[in-house]
Design a protein. Sequence first.
Length: 189
Amino acid sequence: MAQQTLHDLKKEVKVKAKSGVDFILAAGLLWCGIACIWTLDFSSYDLSIMTFIAGALLLPLAFGMSRILKTKWKLKNNPIQPLGLWLNFAQLIYFPLLIFILIEDPDYFIMAYAIITGAHLFPYAWFYDELGYVAGAVIISAGALFMALNLHKETMYFIPLCTGIILLLLALWILLRIKKVPSTFGDET
């Protein structure tokens, strides 16, 4: 295998993983579902627990989307490919904050969860060379805070709804942009 530059390795991940669009699309659908959960007549604590449970559907949904969109999760000869998974796991480090909010003030759980989700998108802008991730990270994080400060407890479902819509728009952006990236990589990996 010829020596590849960092740029070439990143481009290969961008092309074959399609800039992570399978995860973004799955997350967008999941967050729209979470918005439906937050319209139910339960306590914020119970809605937060249901949200945690619903979050477990992300990987199976992303796997299904990867089959539909023909994305690759593993690139055998690309040493930076595992970084994408590590960047995703980074958001788990913030879950103690979610647990604290769940215990102390569950009305704001959905805001914190949306901010963590949005903020964890930021490093993917570098990983995939895709500025759409910066826009998504900033809009979701700042938007969730703004809405939480201005919404009543009964209308907090707007936070996951807007998060889902922004993620779906990001997925559309990525799909449109990935078509413009010339592919020079075969299917050997």
